[in-house]
Design a binder for this molecule. Structure first.
Ligand code: G6P
Length: 610
């Protein structure tokens, strides 16, 4: 949530900061800004409401330059979308600050700082950082010490970068609860909230840990832990292959990412799925011993990742014979829950930094779970670092705010986890062989499914004028219906609800009329006949049906029903296969409606605030 880029160099850093912001824009796009120190000790700032392009245009019209700079793209939390609330924030034209996260006690800090004579020009929590650092600086006369003293006063989450006009040869950064990475250059150094922002300038990164404060000059990096003691943090060479800054000829990142799914799932399976199964060490060192004692799984996640957990529950109980609960992280973290004996806590996250999921994991670790596992797409992220075991999805960087390939690779990981747990819980040989066969066939099946694009494009035309829609599924397709509804609402702004179709007659049937499209996911499984009855209930009430069905399910198109035949597949992978047409449908509806597909209104990709 929000993006940060910083640089300290001997050259003009404006192009580096702007390119970094463009790469981080998916994290927030309400406003953008930059503050620069030039070689003569001048501090200048430009901020604009809207996207990074607005800022870039402003800088082109009125260029400013600097050798040290900080920049930010904002997803508004405290204070509306105004230029005054855009980062960087200043204290007396001397201290400049960019910040991700939320300073929860900002109101009391603000009252205190106002009493001390600091004037506020924004409604943000971030401005308290600038003034608090300034206050501390007046007392100790050293920027590093000032930041170390200031952060002790903050409750909440921050990843922050601070400049002092009177101390132009260093920047200070601090991290607690919001990620920050330092990029190492030659005679220049960089900072960002996500390494991807810095790929054009470096591949060498130092990841800060919770509570770290660091002093960065052009030629040195000194890191101090939360106790103020000097610490070494490892420098890692990033081997992320994807330079996701590129749309590879697709009109949107989302479409590119939908089409990448066969490849990234192949990558996720590669070297992990053998002819006769998987080895448990794909979940980390010592995984087999830890998983051997597991009898219950508690899954926590948010958004699309939560839907993958919902799907996994069906697999874990059906095939692996372990009981499973799934809960939204923001609920889990604020209630007292029962911990079953021999429970595994599983977090799922594309980013590995979602604030609620991380907080839920930390809580769970205090509650006596036997082990923790994360299914995550970002190596080195907080969830990966703080879990006992990790399964890395190899989706590559996902830029479209609406998650696609991260979701299907998570599901792929869950099928492998099902086998790993099933091995210790009397999973049948038939089920074991079925999942292996299904996973081997998955990439090709997805390629085949993507061929449905033209039919789905035509279907999308019929949706563009609709205001509401209903998605129906049963069994392990119910969470897929939920994910389909989420995709449609996220990017086309059409109200969409999902129901387990057996629930129709308990309320939603009242909504059915000829202005309510009903989307059904109907693989040919043991629930097909039940689903068909639910479809007839809708038809009898004048609803218009859009059915994604296995050919052998024998649905026929007519004036009240459009049928799209999805390639027949093994039942274990049907939730993954049926996800793709729903992604494509949302995508093409959004394109027809002309919405901002990759950066839908009010959303952000990485939600690092509560
Ligand atoms: C945001 C994103 C969603 C994502 C959710 C959870 O809402 O827009 O696409 O599913 O966060 O994020 P995570 O990184 O934990 O999977």
């Amino acid at each position: 949530m929000c993006g940060i880029v910083g640089a300290i160099a001997e050259r003009n850093v404006v192009p580096i900061l702007l390119e970094g912001l463009r790469r981080l824009e998916y994290r927030g796009y309400d406003s953008a800004g930059v503050a620069l120190l030039d070689g003569q000790g001048n501090l200048q700032r430009t901020r604009r409401i809207g996207k990074v392009k607005e800022l870039a245009d402003a800088l082109q019209d009125n260029p400013i330059k600097g050798v040290t700079g900080i920049a930010h793209t904002r997803w508004a939390t405290h204070g509306g979308v105004t230029e005054a609330n855009a980062h960087p924030h200043f204290s007396s034209e001397r201290i400049a600050v960019v910040h991700n996260g939320i300073i929860e006690n900002y109101e009391s800090l603000r009252t205190d700082l106002t009493t001390k004579g600091y004037g506020f020009t924004s409604d943000t929590d971030t401005e308290t950082i600038a003034h608090q650092v300034h206050f501390e600086l007046d007392n100790c006369d050293d920027l590093l010490t000032a930041v170390q003293n200031a952060v002790k006063k903050f409750h909440g989450a921050y990843g922050t970068v601070i400049l002092d006009k009177n101390d132009p040869d260093r920047v200070i950064v601090a991290r607690s609860g919001s990620p920050l990475v330092i990029g190492l250059g030659l005679g220049e150094n960089f900072i960002a909230s996500d390494q991807m922002a810095l790929f054009p300038v470096t591949r060498r990164f130092m990841f800060l840990e919770e509570g770290d404060v660091a002093e960065i000059t052009r030629t040195s990096i000194k890191v101090f832990d939360s106790a103020g003691l000097p610490v070494e943090r490892e420098v890692k060479e990033s081997n992320l292959e994807h330079d996701a800054g590129d749309k590879a000829g697709y009109r949107h990142y989302m479409l590119k990412e939908i089409h990448e799914q066969p490849t990234v799932i192949r990558n996720t399976l590669s070297g992990r799925l053998q002819d006769n199964g998987i080895s448990a060490n794909i979940f980390g060192h010592g995984a087999d011993e830890l998983l051997a004692k597991i009898k219950h799984v508690q899954i926590i996640a948010c958004g699309t990742s939560y839907h993958s957990g919902m799907t996994a529950r069906y697999w874990l109980e059906q095939y692996a014979n372990v009981s499973c609960n799934v809960e939204i992280a923001s609920e889990f973290r604020y209630r007292k829950s029962y911990v079953h004996p021999n429970s595994l806590i599983v977090t799922i996250s594309q980013s590995g930094e979602t604030a609620d999921t991380l907080a839920a994991l930390r809580l769970a670790k205090e509650q006596g779970y036997a082990a923790s596992l994360t299914i995550c797409n970002v190596p080195g992220s907080s969830l990966v670092r703080e879990s006992d075991l990790a399964f890395m999805t190899l989706a590559g960087a996902e830029i479209g705010v609406a998650s696609t390939k991260a979701f299907t690779t998570q599901l792929t990981g869950f099928l492998m986890l099902t086998m790993a747990l099933g091995k210790h819980n009397n999973m049948s040989q038939d089920d074991h062989q079925h999942i292996i066969k299904a996973l081997h066939s998955l990439p090709a099946k997805l390629e085949e499914t993507l061929q449905l694009t033209d039919g789905i494009k035509a279907l999308a035309e019929e949706f563009a004028d609709m205001h509401h829609s209903l998605f129906l599924g049963r069994g392990d397709q119910y969470p897929i219906a939920m994910e389909g509804a989420l995709k449609l609402k996220e990017i086309s702004y059409i109200h969409a609800e999902a129901y387990a179709s057996g629930e129709l007659k308990h309320g939603p049937l009242a909504l059915i009329d000829d202005e309510m499209p009903v989307i059904v996911v109907a693989p040919n499984n043991e629930l097909l006949e039940k689903l068909k009855s639910n479809v007839e209930e809708v038809r009898a009430r004048g609803g218009i049906m859009y059915v994604f069905a296995d050919k052998e399910a024998n649905f026929k198109s007519d004036e009240t029903m459009r049928v799209i035949n999805v390639p027949h597949c093994e039942s274990a992978i049907a939730p993954i296969v049926y996800t793709l047409p729903l992604q494509l449908l949302s995508y093409y509806v959004a394109v027809i409606k002309g919405t901002d597909v990759d950066q839908p209104r009010n959303l952000a990709k990485s939600v690092t605030v509560e």
